[in-house]
Design a binder for this molecule. Structure first.
Ligand code: NAP
Length: 298
C-alpha cells in the first residue's frame, strides 16, 4: 500500500480563496499588522511571507519593523495604539522576541478581538469552551487540511504526539470539538508506540526528525506530520527539511502529509483567514454601534 499524499498547497489555496471572497464582501478592507523586532533571518522571511499572502488576497498589510533594542514599554505602547486603531483588523507580534522582553506580557496586551495568532489567554480559553473565534493557526490549519481532503474526524481516535501550547494542546481542543476521541502523548509518555498504533488519526508535532516509524502506525491510519526539522544542506546549499514522520510510513498509512508542503502552507493561509474573521466581527460590531446611535438620535 502507498499512502495518499495530503498536499498542503491546494488546501491552502482553497482557504485563501475563501478569505479573498469574504474580505471582498466587507465594507472596509481587512488590515493585517505585524510587529517584528530585530533582523532574525527566519523571522524576516516568515513575516514577508505573511505580508505577501495578505496582499495576494486583497488585504492590507503593514509590517512594523523595530530595532531589537526596542524596550518593552515602547512595544506595549505601539500595541496599545494599534489596538485602538479601528482600521487595524488583525495584529500579531512575531516570535521569538529578544530576551529583555516578556512575551507573555506582550501577547496579553494584544486585543483578543485582533489576536490573529490566537495566543491571547482569552482566546485559549474560548477554544476550550467551544467558541474558537480566532483559533491558533497551525492547529486550525491541520483541521482545515483534513476537511479539504474529507478525512472524517467525528468518532475517530486521534492521537496527538506533542503538547505545546501552539500546536498539540489547541489541536486537542479543536479535534474534541469535532467529536474525535483525543489522546495527547509527550516526552514522558510510556509505551508511545502502543498508543500511536491505536490511532485512526495520528498527528505528530514534536520536532524530532523521523521519530515515528512504520511499526508505530496502524495500517490504514491518516497521519499528519507537523514537524519541520533541518537535516543538513542540499547540493544547492538550501536547508534540507524532514518531518517527524519517517517517509516509509507511507507504506502503512492510508494518507500522509508531506514535509515540506503539508501543514506549513496551511498555517499562513489560516492566519489570513483569521484576519478576515477578525475584520468580520469588528465591522459587524461597528455596524451595531452605528444602528444604536442612529436609533438614539431618532
Ligand atoms: P515544542 O514546543 O518543542 O513541543 C514539542 C513537544 O514534543 C513537547 O510536548 C514534548 O514533550 C514532545 N516531545 C519531545 N520529545 C518527544 C518524544 N521523544 N516522544 C514524544 N513526545 C516528545 O514544539 P512545537 O512548537 O509544538 O513544534 C513541534 C514541531 O512542529 C517542530 O518541528 C516545529 O518546527 C513544527 N511546527 C511546524 C509548524 C508549521 O506551520 N508547519 C508550526 C509550528 C510548529 P514535553 O512537553 O514533555 O517536553
Amino acid at each position: 500500500m502507498s499512502a495518499a499524499i495530503l498536499s498542503g498547497p491546494p488546501a491552502a489555496q482553497a482557504l485563501l480563496d475563501e478569505a479573498r471572497d469574504r474580505a471582498a464582501r466587507l465594507p472596509h478592507r481587512p488590515e493585517l499588522h505585524v510587529v517584528r523586532l530585530g533582523e532574525d533571518p527566519a523571522s524576516v522571511s516568515y513575516v514577508s511571507l505573511k505580508e505577501r499572502k495578505a496582499l495576494e488576497v486583497g488585504l492590507g498589510s503593514t509590517v512594523h519593523a523595530l530595532p531589537d533594542t526596542t524596550t518593552q514599554p515602547e512595544l506595549l505602547a505601539l500595541i496599545e495604539r494599534l489596538n485602538a486603531d479601528p482600521a487595524v483588523s488583525g495584529l500579531l507580534v512575531q516570535l521569538p522576541l529578544p530576551a529583555h522582553i516578556g512575551s507573555g506580557a506582550v501577547l496579553e496586551a494584544i486585543s483578543p478581538e485582533k489576536d490573529v495568532d490566537g495566543f491571547h489567554p482569552v482566546n485559549v480559553g474560548r477554544l476550550w469552551t467551544g467558541d474558537a473565534a480566532l483559533p491558533p493557526c497551525t492547529p486550525a490549519g491541520v483541521v482545515a487540511l483534513l476537511d479539504y481532503y474529507r478525512v472524517p474526524i467525528a468518532g475517530r481516535w486521534a492521537v496527538i504526539v506533542g503538547r505545546s501550547t501552539i500546536v498539540g494542546k489547541p489541536l486537542a481542543a479543536l479535534l474534541l470539538a469535532r467529536d474525535a476521541t483525543v489522546t495527547i502523548a509527550h516526552s514522558r509518555t510510556q509505551g508511545l508506540a502502543s498508543l500511536t498504533r491505536q490511532a485512526d488519526l495520528l498527528v505528530v508535532a514534536v520536532g524530532k526528525a523521523h521519530l515515528i516509524t512504520p511499526e508505530m502506525v496502524r495500517p490504514g491510519a491518516v497521519v499528519v506530520d507537523v514537524g519541520v526539522n533541518r537535516v543538513g544542506l542540499s547540493k544547492s546549499g538550501k536547508a534540507r527539511l524532514a518531518g517527524d514522520v519517517h517517509p516509509d510510513v507511507a507504506e502503512v498509512a492510508a494518507a500522509l502529509t508531506p514535509v515540506p508542503g503539508g501543514v506549513g502552507p496551511m498555517t499562513v493561509a489560516q492566519l489570513i483567514m483569521n484576519t478576515v474573521l477578525a475584520a468580520e466581527r469588528l465591522q459587524a460590531g461597528e455596524r451595531v454601534t452605528e444602528l444604536v446611535s442612529t436609533a438614539a438620535m431618532s
